[in-house]
Design a protein around this ligand. Structure first.
Ligand code: NAD
Ligand code: DAU
Length: 332
């Protein structure tokens, strides 16, 4: 049993990871989260108080970070500004949290020789053509497109430099698009599900041909724990579940699963610089560490995610109107 600190554990993927850890391991878990607009303590309700502790604070607060690193064996770093559309509107918080925040954690990992796993994204590799036979792999050159993805790329490079220059015991994973419970309604899948629940037509950016490589958040959690347990220090692992779908297909699946006509959506203004396609080759993680996804069926994963949003309106309703007002102001 060890003591694991999870940064950003009140966000979407971090909270799924905390539930995964408490359900499937005997580790003690502390969450450090600033509770920005994206953090929600309601995602961490009813957890065992003898193994779970919540600290409200900022990853840029070096004094607090030092205190917490001195008391934990392992840190899994999810905290970030995570939404591309917000990064196009106001990039500054992305530099602060994704770059300065990660730097602050790296300095603490160096001081206390703490094992650190850094969570990152496939967006650091830029995008692919629709017909490109190659997918992203660990050797794909970095080529980020947005303020969000460039700050995530910067944070990855800081981790690599701290491993090489200071011997920090870190690993990195770059994962594809996640879906599942506890995802903020600003993101594509929950936005459309909650739109349909509210009687609003789903909104597709541009023609809807952009492809994302979907993975269930539980499979991401399982992959991260595999890397924490068996990953080689200094290595990067790509996480993906062979889930490529274009946005039009996803909207149509949501609509038909919710009993609506498949074409009951609107096309809206496209995202500036919109990446066309992401696709992950996760051979390294599968062959070297023996990981494989268990949520292979996207249709049933979407159906259970729809059920979750139907049953948890109190969780998402407080943020829905402000999110839609922001999108309306941008023509989305
Ligand atoms: P999210 O926006 O849902 O959650 C981010 C969390 O970080 C929130 O709880 C927020 O309060 C917290 N946070 C933000 N700034 C902070 C700060 N300065 N100090 C402490 N806490 C802070 O994000 P998510 O979608 O769960 O993404 C989590 C991580 O996974 C990010 O690093 C993201 O880049 C990465 N990632 C996400 C996806 C995806 O599909 N969502 C895919 C691959 C990688
Ligand atoms: O690939 C991993 C990344 O996936 C993570 O690093 C990011 O944190 C995460 O937000 C996600 O980024 P995307 O930009 O791919 O996700 P988003 O949910 O914003 O959009 C998914 C796709 O859907 C994208 O092509 C834009 C499109 N879209 C989005 C919204 C919100 C729409 O067509 N309509 C919408 O209303």
């Amino acid at each position: 049993m060890s003591k694991i600190l999870v940064t950003g554990g009140a966000g979407f993927i971090g909270s799924n990871f905390v539930h995964y850890l408490l359900d499937n391991t005997d580790h003690e878990v502390t969450v450090l989260d600033a509770l920005t607009y994206a953090g929600n303590k309601a995602s961490l309700e009813n957890l065992p108080s003898n193994r779970f502790n919540f600290v409200h604070g900022d990853i840029r607060d070096a004094e607090l970070v030092d205190q917490l690193f001195s008391k934990h064996d392992t840190v899994v770093h999810y905290a970030a500004e995570s939404h591309n559309d917000n990064s196009l509107d106001n990039p500054r918080p992305f530099l602060e949290t994704n770059i300065i925040g990660t730097y602050t954690l790296l300095e603490a990992a160096r001081k206390f020789d703490t094992r650190l796993h850094h969570i990152s994204t496939d967006e650091v590799y830029g995008d692919l053509e629709l017909d490109d036979p190659e997918r992203f792999s660990e050797s794909t050159p970095y080529n980020p497109s947005s303020p969000y993805s460039s700050t995530k790329a910067g944070s990855d490079l800081l981790v690599r430099a701290w491993v090489r220059s200071f011997g920090v015991r870190a690993t990195i994973s770059n994962c594809s698009n996640n879906y599942g419970p506890y995802q903020h309604v600003e993101k594509f899948i929950p936005r459309q599900i909650t739109n349909v629940i509210r009687g609003i037509r789903p909104k597709l950016y541009g023609a809807g041909e952009n492809v994302r490589d979907w993975i269930h958040a539980d499979d991401h959690s399982n992959a991260v724990m595999t890397i924490v347990d068996k990953g080689v220090i200094g290595e990067t692992y790509l996480i993906g579940a062979d889930g490529e779908k274009n946005n039009k297909e996803v909207v149509e699946l949501i609509l038909t699963t919710m009993g609506q006509p498949a074409d009951a959506y609107d096309h809206v203004t496209d995202r500036a610089g919109h990446d066309l396609r992401y696709a992950i080759d996760s051979t390294k993680l599968r062959t070297e560490l023996g990981w494989k996804p268990s949520h292979a069926d996207f249709e049933s994963g979407i159906a259970s995610t729809i059920e979750w949003y139907k049953n948890n309106e109190a969780w998402w309703a407080p943020t829905k109107d402000a999110t839609e007002a922001f999108y309306a102001s941008k023509g989305h």
